[in-house]
Design a protein around this ligand. Structure first.
Ligand SMILES: [Zn+2]
Ligand SMILES: [Zn+2]
Length: 230
């Protein structure tokens, strides 16, 4: 072994041990599958794919183009109602919002408009009107987007910068299965992590960490929705 040889171990990661959300160095190897490796931060509980293993922007775009989110599909509408129903309970009549990460077939805005709210769509690939990011809204709805955040510290900051005082941000993403906090077994079998565009995985503890960091209140609704009150 020469001086430049790196020691190898199945449980030691070669990737940078810094959390992309809280910047802590308390990051450890968590699990590995055929394609990627996952690290876990013990400060904020974020589980993440190291940046060198992320898809390129072009590769991400071609994956997203395959998504078939049909706004007429009753199953898809029912899925989004998990986010829409608890959000609408919090909104004053006439509240104005933004769908952050509206994707190739905007549907959240339609559902919310049916309930009497006006919503604009922003998406870095499909509706990239950056002037929408300079305003503040009564609410921001964000479905199946935060798990795609490649730079979560700045991405969450941007998301929260869009919410006005007294407003609410409603976020939907599948939570890391609770029992996987200590054992990698259930995470390893979790299909949600297998989407190559999914790079950041959140547990309830991570949402409470985010809420504290930004001085807002987090309320967990079920196993996939969190409401942040500003
Ligand atoms: Zn962290
Ligand atoms: Zn996703």
């Amino acid at each position: 072994m020469t001086d430049t040889d790196q020691p190898t171990s199945s449980v030691t990661s070669q990737y940078k041990k810094e959390c992309p959300l809280c910047s802590s160095q308390t990051v450890q190897f968590f699990c590995k599958d055929r394609r990627r490796e996952y690290l876990r931060c013990s400060s904020c509980s974020l589980i993440f794919v190291p940046a060198p293993l992320h898809l390129t922007i072009d590769e991400q775009k071609s994956r997203y183009d395959l998504h078939r989110n049909d706004s007429e599909d009753p199953g898809y509408r029912a899925f989004l109602s998990r986010l829409v129903d608890p959000l609408v309970e919090r909104l004053a009549p006439g509240a104005r919002g933004l769908d952050f990460g509206s994707g190739p077939g905007p549907t959240l805005s339609l559902l919310l408009e049916e309930r009497g709210f006006s919503v604009q769509n922003y998406d870095p690939f499909y509706a990239p009107d950056s002037t929408l990011l300079k305003k503040r809204y009564d609410f921001v709805a964000c479905s199946e987007t935060v798990e795609h955040f490649c730079a979560p510290a700045t991405d969450w900051q941007l998301l929260f910068s869009l919410v006005g005082t007294g407003g609410v941000a409603a976020v939907m993403t599948a939570f890391v299965p609770a029992e996987s906090e200590e054992r990698a077994g259930s995470f390893a079998g979790w299909r949600y992590k297998d989407d190559p565009t999914h790079v950041t995985f959140y547990s309830k503890e991570t949402f409470f960490w985010i809420a504290e960091k930004f001085g807002v209140k987090a309320e967990i609704v079920g196993e996939s929705v969190v409401l942040f009150s500003f």
